[in-house]
Write a protein that binds this ligand. Structure first.
Ligand code: KG4
Ligand code: ZN
Length: 337
């Protein structure tokens, strides 16, 4: 079955087709980052408009590659969570196609897309597993017993980890979104003269908090201004170490609490090299295993939506014939399949 996936929840337009028989993926991804950079963050109205401009031509490109639009067996799209206007663009495109082609339609949970992205790899993680979802909007640990059987073990109480990376990068004078650039700067030195606190690791539980860390960086920056390149790299390194160490401690705790052997990491911050290397090291020392999506499937993309959608469509799920998006949507409310 060939399933179309449309992702438009934020500032990436992702269109993909996933073939559930062969595992083959055709995809296009367009990032609007350049459009939002001058504003230092995503401007919702600009995001919606750009999705309108880009989505249909990207779809035509993919249709040419697969042969014909009639080869698509089902249409899935990101129903939420995300920016309402941006979600509406993908939802309306999907709805229109489903009507015109008379094909099944299903709205997909964006975080389930991220969470199942490691399953797009050759070597798939076995269920059950603990999922660490780390993106610009979310930081959560999820107990995944079955597909659709999600229990949130812990979330951030304030900033998401990607947001903390981006805000810290801004304090260091890096352009938006600074997460990846901060990581490069952090990796350019092997140690730092500074050390930041590891938030919330000394009390039990699996909650996160990153706003205090951001304040600690701000205080450090103010104290040392104007920053030279060495200072910037040292602060970036100390920040990244504190974040990665915090995530590492909570992941180990979640594995111990659930008794699971498998950890998956997904979302944009899952691209972080230091996080990947650290979790590889500690899980193998603990007799566990960690799985990451390919880098192209860490950040928002259409393939993860097509994949999660395909599993649910194959299980018989369909949307009702209404245009409907969910800017806020609890992951734990999904039906088990
Ligand atoms: O999952 P994603 O593409 O979008 C959301 O759904 O939020 O994640 C984007 C976030 C941004 O905050 C970005 O700075 C961060 O992921 N990010 C990174 C890295 N690559 C992307 N943060 C740290 N290190 C990276 N290598
Ligand atoms: Zn995302």
């Amino acid at each position: 079955m060939k399933v179309l996936g449309i992702e438009s929840s934020c500032d990436e337009t992702g269109i993909a087709v996933y073939d559930s028989d062969s595992g083959q993926i055709w995809q296009r991804l367009y990032s609007q980052i350049e459009k939002h950079r001058e504003y230092g963050g995503v401007v919702p109205e600009l995001a919606s408009r750009d999705h309108v401009v880009k989505a249909a031509p990207m779809l035509s490109d993919i249709v040419q590659e697969i042969g014909s639009i009639d080869d698509i067996d089902a249409i899935t799209y990101t129903r939420g969570p995300g920016l309402i206007g941006a979600l509406m663009v993908g939802s309306n495109l999907a709805r229109g196609l489903a009507w015109a082609l008379d094909k099944p339609l299903l709205g997909v949970h964006h975080m389930e897309g991220h969470l199942l992205a490691p399953m797009l790899a050759q070597e798939k993680p076995e269920l059950p597993f603990v999922a660490l979802l780390v993106s610009g909007g979310h930081t959560m640990l999820v107990d995944v017993r079955a597909i659709g059987h999600y229990r949130i073990l812990g979330e951030t109480l304030d900033d998401a980890v990607g947001e903390a990376f981006d805000k810290t990068a801004k304090l260091l004078g890096l352009p938006y979104p600074g997460g990846p650039e901060l990581a490069v700067l952090a990796d350019s030195v092997s140690h730092s003269r500074f050390e930041f606190p590891r938030p919330m690791v000394n009390r039990p539980g699996l909650e996160f908090s990153f706003s205090g860390l951001k304040t600690a960086v701000l205080t450090m920056v103010r104290k040392h201004e104007p920053l030279d390149d060495d200072l910037r790299a040292d602060i970036a390194h100390a920040f990244q170490s504190a974040v990665v160490d915090t995530l590492r401690i909570k992941c180990q705790r979640a594995l111990a609490e659930t008794g699971y052997q498998n950890l998956i990491v997904a979302g944009g911050v899952g691209a972080n090299r230091c996080l990947r290397a650290t979790l590889e090291r500690v899980t193998s020392a603990d007799g566990a295993r960690v799985y990451f999506p390919a880098l192209e499937y860490c950040t928002d993309n259409g393939a993860m939506i097509a994949y999660a959608g395909a599993l649910r469509v194959l299980a018989g799920q369909r949307d009702e014939a209404v245009v409907d998006v969910m800017p806020r949507w609890s992951l734990e409310s999904l039906p088990v399949i």
